[in-house]
Design a protein around this ligand. Structure first.
Ligand code: ADP
Length: 407
């Protein structure tokens, strides 16, 4: 049977997202999610063109069991034999990995070592890799790192204003995340304007539960707002983004919070959720907005938009030319209110939203949302899974014989 699919795996701490993609035709034939792993509610859902399959995940409710059920289903659907490789999203590649990498024991050890820098993500990614190794024993596996696209940022953008030894001895620097997403939307925008990506300059805003802004010069990331951890830069769903570091010490030393409580506060109880006191979901807040100055839903969205706009404007210091801004991620792809609000702060940079086009570019529709006389701003739905499949295919084509790689 012809082997033409790549299985893309994105393993979170209690979830497992997967897609089956033909990297040549760009066709996604199956997507799915296993969630609430390690609980009695654990379940797995597979979506095909005309069908949804849902199963409970039996004890011990682990990633391994989820992957076993996935393989069973792929076999029943006759897909199993058509898979020629597995592409994994791996969050942290440190300074070592700036390209997709064929996974072997040494790579696994490095991903494990880098867990220090991404304690919530890298161990989960490694679990996914090991679980796949067990059930797909002969298939090549490739790691595509979320940090890789940002390895091109120069030292003036990645060094913190801290003692330099912290970088030299402990690798404390800006790494940036969402790299695969920024790369994908930048490539798409380059196609829109019919220019090679190598001569394009963009500012891309990935606005989902996590948010990051990236300055892209000549197709390469040259600065990005997420830093050493995914809690720097703009405010997010539940994360604070930038705060005065003095506040942390005040909370601990004067108000008696433990460092663990503060960690939880800035990562899980802040951002849209923290300000609104209601939800981290942009849709819920938009519905609750009253326009009153003391309405906390309005305040949360106003602060969010203003901070994103300021970050975008700050990146004009990194670029000498700007082809346009790109919005992506759940909020960037869907919230016309947030997009319009962000662009309203950027009139000095010659951005004027076209509200009709802004309304059209939602729910998977892409396109330009600014007026003809404005600088361009596009909405582009991200597709990290597709990039992972494509990069896995490209790497394998260059390292393995075409016999084992899908044709
Ligand atoms: P993640 O970072 O978890 O992948 P997503 O990219 O899916 O998150 O984005 C989730 C965010 O997108 C949520 O805040 C959600 O409210 C927002 N979102 C999704 N659809 C809409 C919509 N129609 N209007 C406004 N916000 C939306």
């Amino acid at each position: 049977m012809q082997k033409k699919f790549i299985l893309v795996i994105n393993c979170g701490s209690s979830s497992l997202k997967f897609s089956l993609i033909n990297p040549v035709s760009s066709e996604t034939v199956l997507t799915g999610l296993a969630e609430q792993l390690f609980s009695d509610e654990a379940s797995i859902k597979l979506k095909l063109e005309n069908k949804v399959i849902e199963k409970q995940i039996h004890a011990p409710h682990t990633h391994n069991i989820a992957i076993e059920i996935l393989v069973q289903q792929l076999t029943e659907l006759n897909f199993q034999e058509q898979i020629f490789a597995i592409g994994h999203r791996v969050v942290h590649g440190g300074e070592k990995y700036n390209l997709p990498t064929l996974i072997n024991n040494e790579v696994k050890q490095t991903i494990d070592k880098l867990s220090r820098l991404a304690p919530l993500h890298n161990p989960a990614n490694l679990t996914g890799i090991n679980a796949c190794e067990k059930v797909f024993d002969n298939l090549p596996q490739v790691a595509v790192f979320d940090t890789a696209f940002h390895q091109s940022i120069p030292s003036k953008a990645f060094i913190y204003g801290l003692p330099y030894e912290l970088y030299e001895e402990h690798a404390i620097r800006r790494y940036g995340f969402h790299g695969t997403s920024h790369y994908f939307v930048a490539s798409q925008a380059a196609e829109f304007i019919n220019k090679p990506i190598e001569s394009c300059n963009f500012i891309s805003a990935h606005l989902g539960n996590g948010c990051s802004i990236t300055a892209i010069k000549d197709g390469k990331s040259i600065d990005t707002s997420l830093g050493f951890t995914p809690n720097e830069g703009v405010m997010m769903g539940t994360r604070s983004g930038d705060v005065d570091s003095g506040i942390i010490f005040y909370l601990v030393n004067q108000l008696g919070y433990s460092t663990e409580e503060v960690n939880k506060m800035v990562n899980s109880k802040s951002g849209l959720l923290g300000i609104s006191g209601m939800s981290n979901d942009c849709r819920t807040l938009e519905e609750a907005m009253t326009g009153e100055p003391n309405c906390r839903a309005t305040l949360a969205l106003t602060v969010f938009s203003y901070r994103v706009a300021k970050m975008i404007a700050s990146y004009t210091a990194s670029l000498t030319d700007l082809d346009g801004i790109i919005f992506t991620g759940g909020i960037g792809e869907n919230s016309m209110f947030i997009r319009s609000s962000i662009l309203s702060h950027l009139t000095l940079l010659n951005f004027t939203v076209d509200e009709d086009k802004n309304k059209q570019a939602r729910f998977g529709n892409k396109g330009k949302i600014t007026t003809d006389s404005s600088r361009s701003c596009w909405v582009i739905p991200t597709n990290e899974e597709f990039v992972i499949a494509q990069q896995t295919q490209t790497l394998l084509s260059s390292t393995l014989s075409t016999k084992t790689v899908g044709q």
